[in-house]
Design a protein around this ligand. Structure first.
Ligand SMILES: Cc1cc2nc3c(=O)[nH]c(=O)nc-3n(C[C@H](O)[C@H](O)[C@H](O)COP(=O)(O)OP(=O)(O)OC[C@H]3O[C@@H](n4cnc5c(N)ncnc54)[C@H](O)[C@@H]3O)c2cc1C
Length: 439
């Protein structure tokens, strides 16, 4: 069992926390009413944490759609990439283009290891893939949904679907009044907004109405459109390590690249899109992209490699003998783009042509003409301004009694389980704090 996190001892002096199970041991009881708006990952985690900590409390989740946890269901291609096997809070926080600094202290309290323990304590084992992504061993997001629904039920959380919140106001005597879309009015002592990413600014209206500012929303985790035949013709090819950069912005990332029938995708592009979400939006998603196909070698080493290839097989056609590890179809395109005709043999490679080939290998330039959402995972960059929230409690600094968790905040991570981790952590902290501040 881990020691009680210091930050939370200050906030919730009467709770003892067991991070090994991710649960909160109860000491005090309460009769207050806590409402969680949004039945997604963050809302469920907060509601369960709060209700487990204070069984006497009334905790209600209001979800506007007919289904709870809809994004969990479709996440990770239906497998739910729950978190990432990155157990150092500092390293974990470094995977967030927005919100990393704010998440550092919360990750000292509840990080990926705690997520693994939380699910394991409730009967769900996670496995780690080669790239660090963690999934339930069942490879089914339904396992995570079932676990969260069961935990909510066991903790006595009241779940209400088809209960969208249209408006929220502060009551004069303290607490909040919520107006539901069906006309019903609900009162509560504390409220958590966990309504997810605001893809349109209007979706932040509940937070706005209580005095909060939203950083304008733009997409993150998208793929690039490229209107070049050579790219489309290479659809389906992936290259394990490519360096992609946008010279206009200084953005530069390295990783696997996937060529598709509309352009470029894969981890390196998703990372560029995440770190460059605002800059690339400002460019209208039209910019020159530079690709280095052999980022582990400098131009002199590549030139030397070409010379040794030439010496070893002078009679072979250059287009047919790719440099390792490039796929042969890509190599052929690069050789032709360097101006080397298909019938030239290694023995006939001039110094100028060799130089042109090296340049092509380290600096293929292609214009990007637009973006598409990555269907496997996308998030919104933007949301509730972070300095308006106390990350020790996830409580508003503007409106006491109001808490935030999940993607509604101006937090978004790289692909790989980091977005759910932010939802679990902020939800858990908000849940603890709401339980502790009931009386
Ligand atoms: C296709 C896809 C796949 C993804 N896969 C992964 C993955 O594998 N791993 C990962 O880490 N991240 C993944 N993500 C990102 C991740 O799903 C989100 O970051 C995460 O779901 C955010 O959780 P949340 O609870 O803040 O918001 P959400 O999950 O969006 O939940 C918010 C809920 O609030 C409800 N709501 C909104 N407004 C109101 C209102 N006014 N009244 C009542 N209810 C309201 C919504 O209907 C919704 O159910 C994926 C995203 C997408 C789109």
């Amino acid at each position: 069992m881990c020691p009680i996190p210091f930050a939370l001892i200050q906030v919730i002096p009467f709770l003892s926390l067991s991070k090994a199970s991710g649960s909160v041991t109860v000491i005090a009881m309460s009769s207050g009413h806590i409402v969680v708006v949004g039945g997604g990952a963050a809302g469920f985690f907060a509601a369960i944490t709060c209700a487990e900590a204070r069984p006497g409390a009334r905790v209600t989740v209001l979800e506007r759609s007919a289904q709870f946890l809809a994004k969990v269901r479709i996440s990770g291609g239906g497998r739910c990439n729950v978190t990432h096997a990155c157990f150092d809070p500092r390293e974990l926080a470094a995977r967030y283009p927005r919100g990393g600094r704010a998440l550092l202290a919360p990750y000292e309290v509840f990080q990926a290891r705690d997520t693994v323990a939380w699910f394991e304590a409730r009967g769900v084992r996670l496995k780690t893939e080669r790239d660090g992504r963690m999934f339930p061993v069942t490879d089914s997001s339904q396992t995570i949904i079932d676990c969260l629904l069961r935990a909510a039920e066991n903790a006595g959380v009241k779940l209400r679907a088809n209960s969208g919140v249209a408006g929220i106001s502060k009551r004069t005597g303290g607490g909040f009044a919520l107006a539901l879309t069906g006309g019903e009015r609900i009162e509560c002592d504390r409220v958590l907004l966990a309504t997810g990413g605001c893809r349109a600014a209007a979706l932040g209206q509940l937070a706005n109405s209580l005095g909060h500012t939203l950083e304008p929303p733009v997409p993150s985790l998208f793929t690039f459109h490229v209107d070049k035949t050579w790219v489309h013709e290479l659809s389906g090819i992936s290259v394990e390590s490519v360096e992609a950069s946008v010279p206009e912005t200084g953005l530069r990332e390295r990783g696997a690249l996937l060529l598709t029938h509309w352009g470029l995708s894969g981890p390196v592009i998703l990372r560029l899109s995440a770190w460059g979400a605002r800059a690339l939006h400002a460019l209208g998603y039209r910019f020159p992209l530079r690709l280095n196909w052999l980022p582990h070698l400098d131009s002199e080493k590549i030139a030397a490699e070409l010379r040794s290839l030439g010496a070893a097989q002078p009679a072979r056609l250059i287009v047919n003998t790719p440099i390792s590890p490039l796929p042969s179809r890509l190599w052929e395109k690069l050789v032709l783009a360097a101006g080397i005709p298909p019938d030239v043999r290694w023995s006939g490679l001039s110094r100028a042509a060799a130089h042109s080939l090296v340049q092509q290998l380290i600096r293929t330039e292609t214009p990007v003409t637009g973006q598409s959402l990555n269907k496997d995972e996308f998030v919104t960059c933007g949301g509730v301004r972070l300095k308006e929230v106390n990350f020790k409690t996830m409580e508003s600094r503007i409106c006491p009694g109001l808490h935030f968790a999940g993607e509604l905040l101006d937090i978004d991570g790289l692909t790989g389980g980091f977005n759910f981790q932010a939802a679990w952590t902020t939800g858990w902290i908000a849940g603890c704090a709401m339980a502790g501040n009931l009386e």
